[in-house]
Design a protein around this ligand. Structure first.
Ligand code: SIN
Length: 198
């Protein structure tokens, strides 16, 4: 397992800031077990969510890894999630939580207003954006599993369990949270459908 904790300490893009926007797209949407100052629905451009990252430490084991969310680059795509304004001291425990292959990256994010609209879209005012931080498991990390038929991914998720619980709970909670955000995500909803057929 690649423990990225030390590497992430060096990725101190927001040093000197009193608060940072963290963008969650996976379990960070529905499991906010950290302190935050505020949270806002938001999205990022050019990324798609995929269950392509292996989980040996949370939702699976080294012998039978589960699958969890990461992001892949996709031109024109929009990925919805939840942004949390946090103080920098929250990053150390997050680095430990996300240690199996996830590295801190800086991305531009756009906030969604309380009615679910992009800020400024109808009023013509400027869209509200900020720099944000994501935890990204890229395809060169050792736990990356990559693409597989949806039925195989659903089977793997149905059977995997780890210290944080059943892998299927991760997928079902994420699908529910995305629905609550009013977010479209064909990959996640198709996987949820497959899982429920098993
Ligand atoms: C995230 O939720 O933003 C990162 C991946 C995860 O912890 O599930």
């Amino acid at each position: 397992m690649l423990d990225t904790t030390a590497l992430n300490q060096q990725r101190n893009f927001f040093d000197g800031h009193s608060s940072i926007w963290l963008f969650g797209y996976g379990s960070l949407i529905w499991k906010a077990d950290f302190d935050y100052l505020e949270r806002r629905s938001a999205y990022i451009h050019g990324w798609e969510r995929r269950f392509w990252q292996g989980s040996h430490d949370h939702r699976g084991t080294p012998e039978a890894p589960g699958r969890v969310a990461t992001l892949i680059r996709a031109q024109g795509a929009v990925c919805h999630g939840m942004a949390y304004r946090i103080t920098p001291d929250v990053l150390a425990p997050l680095d430990r939580r996300e240690k199996n292959g996830y590295l801190r990256e800086k991305v531009p994010l756009t906030f969604v207003d309380e009615n679910g609209d992009e800020n400024g879209d109808e009023s013509g005012e400027a869209t509200e954006q900020s720099e944000g931080l994501i935890y990204l498991a890229s395809d060169d990390n050792p736990a990356f599993l990559g693409e597989a038929p949806l039925t195989d991914i659903a089977q793997q998720i149905a059977h995997a369990h780890g210290p944080s619980g059943a892998n299927k709970e991760y997928l079902l909670n994420l699908a529910t949270a995305l629905r609550e955000l009013g977010a479209e995500d064909a990959h996640i909803f198709a996987l949820e459908h497959q899982l429920k057929l098993l």
